[in-house]
Design a protein around this ligand. Sequence first.
Ligand code: FE2
Length: 177
Amino acid sequence: MATAVSVKTFPSPSKLATPTDLRPEEVQAVTEAVNPLIADTFALYVKTKNFHWHLSGSHFRDYHLLFDEQAEQILGSIDLLAERVRKIGGTTIRSISHIAELQTISDDNDELVPPGEMIRRLTDDNGRMAQAQRAAIEVCEKNRDSVTANVLQEILDGTERRRWFLFEIAQGMDNTG
Ligand SMILES: [Fe+2]
């Protein structure tokens, strides 16, 4: 998402400008690639928990547990990404409003979402997230930050795992009607 951001993430105040051998433009490129991913990770975390809490139907136990497991994994990636940004001297997410500025994954405030629709929405969101993470890996690699690229590769593996599970569950729903 290329909209103007009112929360400044680069250059950092001098006391937050962690020393690095990366050039300022490289730090900026990585910071601007990773921070939107963190915002989307928060958005997807809340959506997955939302579905965990507001689920209804015959698959309650299975989906309730699956969504919780996925939410935990999603949450676990946030600190890794935010601290990569800080380790190279960028600044990262400050607030819920900062998240709202950067997120591309939409919030879900629907009163009641049928379980199959939850699976479909999360499949789409995880698919979008995988695409964005892969694009960010390329940015990191082009800007000599292979460490952030490696961290992102692990996180992308988790995104693809979630998408795989959701996809297979959707297949099962199609087969059984
Ligand atoms: Fe719970």
